[in-house]
Design a protein. Structure first.
Ligand code: C2E
Ligand code: MG
Ligand code: MG
Length: 572
């Protein structure tokens, strides 16, 4: 085998190294340099010379360190200094250094390992780790950041927060803000995923304008952002900042030329009172966020130890609720709806109750929203639908049944099919079924919602807009969807006999119904005076305790008899 021309001429004493050994040294992928005890270069392999850009010759007497370092043409000034220092290190100490070298292929990173070889000298090995380094950098970057917004991801956020909490010198208040954004799903559904991503980037940009370079902003999951800050000024400054965050996010975003307004909620936890670890702070900020979204009223909320108890109770309720459907613990109660002009019962609204062995009779206000949050509403809603149709088919033909549907049931895309199946299975005429939806459904103006409303309409099922006046439904939305009935929310009726404003609102909604050709029902009529007022205001139908509270299905027959004979009040 021929000696490689790039192997530097060995010094005296190495002459016995035969050609085979030269070739072997030269074939290893990393560079190798052998130094004498005085650290002059005794031997250098071709790959070592290539990595360092060393163009000189080792020669018979070796190369002194200053000349060797000066000859490493590929190294930048910083790396030359590092190499010089390492070669001047302690006599028996090894050292690992990183060098930066310029090559035709671009910037390279070289790992150099210098080890003593007994008293004889030193061995310096060199390895090009550019590729490994790049892979590591890529992995680090992608393992720590959110690909959509470029913000930190959950793992990295927790890591940084952990470090920040561990910094003894931190003087201000360490606070974690958890930001929940509702309606992001609506944007994805309406404008597509790319628009959803654009919105996330706009949100990130807007939040970044409010933060300083020490703040840590992360996107934790779909619509959840977290921000960790350290602020002087205690709780007051944290509160002011939270309000600022919520206000910034409440301003509209423009996507595809359309204005989108989000509902932002902020949960806050401060260290050390609300937790002294990153995980505890984030979890408690999460409980505070949950509190703002379930209460709905305020945009920001601080963690409070009582929230732990509420979360525990909520978990217990959720666990019981999950089992309730299988254990057949739900029942429907019915409340009559009375025609103002004819004085007779036209329909019954089905209202769910949960007869829990431990909790007693639980009203829907205590579990429907939780069922929506934990994904149970579909199953429960389907049961309500079938049960209501099954019972209504036994009532007099002119009596309709109204079933409340959660907006989430519309998002599955198979609600219309469930309704059709319930009708077929029970034999109930579609025209005797009313589906009550709330205004919030209209805000989810997705293809699935519109399609489902149209399919129900097509089947002959009547669509009712429930709790009208409490939400955001506008007149334009009323004309876009074809409703068969509008129910005026109870909050306008209860004080109707004492409030001129409420009376005026009811009158104008009733007038709107007349002009659109849609009957209006007043909910929550409790007194004869309210009934008189409702009639005077032009509503076509009433529902409320004045006629009957909701009754169990077994009492429906007696209720119908009582309300029909004689008519509940003289026909107008
Ligand atoms: P809603 O659909 O607006 O039903 C009317 C609510 O007002 C019922 O409360 C009823 O008992 C109550 N109410 C009726 N008349 C009066 C009155 O004169 N005075 C007073 N103070 N209250 C009156 P309930 O049964 O507790 O239901 C509350 C809400 O729960 C319902 O409001 C509806 O949104 C929801 N809900 C009930 N059943 C179901 C269901 O099967 N599925 C879904 N998704 N939601 C349901
Ligand atoms: Mg209702
Ligand atoms: Mg209602």
């Amino acid at each position: 085998m021929q000696q490689s021309p790039l192997i530097q001429t060995p010094l005296a004493g190495c002459a016995e190294l035969d050609h085979l050994l030269y070739a072997a040294l030269d074939s290893v992928p990393f560079g190798l340099i052998v130094l004498n005890a005085d650290r002059s270069i005794r031997l250098m392999t071709a790959s070592a010379a290539a990595l360092l850009g060393f163009s000189g010759n080792v020669g018979v007497s070796g190369v002194p360190v200053p000349d060797f370092v000066a000859g490493c043409g590929a190294l930048n000034r910083g790396s030359l200094a590092v190499l010089r220092a390492a070669l001047a290190g302690e006599a028996d100490a090894s050292s690992d250094i990183l060098l930066s070298a310029q090559s035709l292929a671009g910037q390279r990173t070289i790992a150099a390992d210098i080890r003593p070889a007994g008293a004889l000298g030193w061995v310096l090995s060199l390895e090009d780790i550019t590729h490994t380094q790049q892979t590591q950098d890529w992995l680090l970057e992608h393992a720590s950041s959110d690909p959509v917004t470029g913000l930190w991801n959950r793992q990295h956020f927790l890591l940084m927060l952990h470090d920040q909490l561990g910094t003894a010198a931190a003087e201000g208040t360490n606070a974690v803000f958890l930001l929940g954004l509702q309606r992001l799903k609506h944007v994805n559904d309406t404008f597509g995923l790319a628009a959803g991503d654009t919105l996330l980037r706009l949100i990130a940009d807007r939040l970044l304008t409010l933060t300083d370079r020490h703040d840590m902003l992360a996107r934790l999951s779909g619509d959840e952002f977290a921000l960790a800050v350290n602020r002087a000024g205690g709780r007051a400054s944290i509160t002011a900042f939270a309000v600022q965050l919520a206000a910034a996010l409440a301003k509209p975003f423009v996507i595809d030329g359309q204005s989108v307004t989000l509902h932002a909620h902020v949960g806050i936890a401060c260290a050390p009172a609300d937790g002294d670890t990153a995980d505890a702070l984030l979890a408690n900020a999460g409980l505070a966020l949950l509190e703002t979204t379930t209460r709905g009223a305020t945009a920001t909320c601080f963690f409070d130890p009582a929230l732990n108890e509420r979360a525990r109770a909520r978990r217990a309720l959720a666990a019981d609720l999950r089992a309730a459907l299988d254990r057949d613990e739900f029942e429907l109660h019915y409340q009559p709806q009375v025609d103002v002009h004819r004085g007779c019962v036209t329909g019954m609204e089905a209202l769910i109750r949960w007869r829990s062995p431990q909790r007693g009779l639980v009203p829907p206000g205590e579990f429907v929203s939780l069922a929506e949050q934990i994904g149970l509403i579909d199953g429960i809603g389907d049961w309500v639908l079938r049960e209501a149709c099954r019972q209504a088919v036994r009532w007099p033909e002119q009596v309709t049944v109204a079933v409340n549907a959660s907006p989430l049931q519309f998002e599955t895309g198979h609600f219309a099919r469930c309704v059709a199946e319930a009708l077929t299975e029970t034999g109930l005429d579609a025209r005797r079924l009313e589906i009550e939806i709330t205004e919030s459904l209209l805000l989810r103006d997705t293809g699935a919602v519109t399609g489902t409303l149209a399919a129900l309409h097509e089947m002959g099922v009547r669509l009712v807009l429930d709790d009208f006046g409490t939400g955001y439904a506008s007149l334009s939305q009323l004309s876009r969807f074809r409703f068969d009935k509008i129910k005026i929310d109870r909050s306008f009726i209860s004080p109707i006999d004492s409030s001129v404003e409420n009376s005026a609102i009811v009158r104008s909604i009733a007038a709107l119904g007349v002009s659109l050709g849609i009957p209006t029902t007043a909910e929550g009529v409790e007194t004869a005076a309210q009934l008189e007022q409702i009639k005077a205001n032009g509503c076509t139908c009433v529902q409320g305790y004045f006629f009957s509270r909701p009754v169990p299905s077994a009492d429906v027959h007696n209720l119908l008899v009582r309300l029909h004979h004689p008519p509940v009040f003289a026909a107008a």
